[in-house]
Design a protein around this ligand. Structure first.
Ligand code: CAA
Length: 282
């Protein structure tokens, strides 16, 4: 198992490609445009520089890592020789179903098809392929090269063999895989998103300001980032859509996105990537 295809060169995709390549895997990084691939490769290079500067890796390891990645704009060509495909495209159900229908046609029956989705049902994604046993969730955390966890999500039909292989593969990346079942939000976001939503509700209710809420959680609970800063980092649009998936899936009011979160998303203040969220990044 040496060839890994990664679909999507955005934040998660380039972090996943970086991590596999750094651990000696040949990575086929796929995106729809040369421009997105270049942006992804530039990010990988910058993050490797950061690791060289911190003496985590050598300059030679950086060169080797970059050499392990080949880029493709044609998905059929890119997934060709891969034994595992990790899909990290935009979080959109229709798009993921389309990609998996395509993978069903262009990969061999024993290629493992993993998705990095943070909230879409693995069982639903797997319904797009003729052998759903080979579909699994491989949910990396951002920033991927740094965070130790991989949440491994078993869809309704995922086989024991595929689960075992993906657990072992994650360990080879020096990560800690944790196996969970396929229900809305899985485990990571089922617990994280209500906390973020509650922090926003606390702000919305005027109990305390942004700095105060984040400081309580950072210094009081030893979280590396306060929940509002973390929401900006993840993207308020992403937080909103994950809460909607849980609200829809469980039909419980506790998962309803706070109106302030909805308003900020509508206003385009979605955090670091837009230059403004709870904090100003301009
Ligand atoms: N690539 C490589 N290295 C990176 C990096 C990247 N993209 N980003 C940060 N680093 C490294 C830094 O070089 C630094 O290394 P050292 O420990 O050797 O010094 C280390 O990570 C810490 O970085 P910084 O010193 O720059 O900054 P920091 O101490 O504030 O840490 C952080 C940054 C790691 C992001 C930290 O703030 C943190 O852990 N935040 C919480 C992250 C988190 O909760 N992520 C999960 C989000 S939820 C998710 O992803 C799933 C979902 O579905 C929404």
């Amino acid at each position: 198992m040496k060839n890994i295809a990664v679909i999507g060169a955005g934040t998660m995709g380039n972090g996943i490609a970086h991590t596999f390549a750094q651990h000696g895997y040949k990575v086929q990084l796929i995106d729809i445009s040369e421009e997105s691939l270049k942006k992804g490769m530039d990010t990988i290079s910058r993050n490797l520089d950061r690791m060289v500067a911190k003496e985590k890796i050598s300059e030679e390891q950086k060169t080797e890592t970059l050499k392990n990645i080949t880029t493709y704009t044609d998905i059929s060509e890119g997934v060709g020789s891969a034994s595992v495909v990790v899909e990290a495209a935009t979080e959109n159900t229709e798009l993921k179903l389309k990609i998996f229908r395509h993978l069903d046609q262009h990969t061999s029956e024993d290629t493992i098809l993993a998705t990095n989705t943070s909230s879409i049902s693995i069982t639903q994604i797997a319904s797009a392929v003729s052998k759903p046993e080979r579909v699994i969730g491989m949910h990396f955390m951002n920033p991927v090269p740094v965070m130790k966890l991989v949440e491994i999500i078993r869809g309704y039909n995922t086989s024991d063999e595929v689960t075992k292989t993906v657990m072992e593969l994650s360990e080879k990346l020096n990560k800690v895989p944790v196996e969970v079942n396929d229900y809305p939000g899985f485990v990571a976001n089922r617990i994280l998103m209500p906390m973020i939503n509650e922090a926003i509700e606390t702000l919305y209710n005027g109990v305390a300001g942004v700095y105060e809420i984040d400081t309580v959680m950072k210094l009081g609970m030893a979280h590396p980032m306060g929940p509002l800063q973390l929401a900006d980092f993840i993207g308020l649009d992403v937080c909103h859509s994950i809460l909607e998936v849980m609200y829809d899936g469980f039909k419980k009011p506790k998962y309803a996105p706070c109106p302030l979160l909805t308003n900020m998303v509508r206003a385009g203040k979605i955090g670091v990537k837009s230059g403004e969220g709870f904090y100003d990044y301009s």
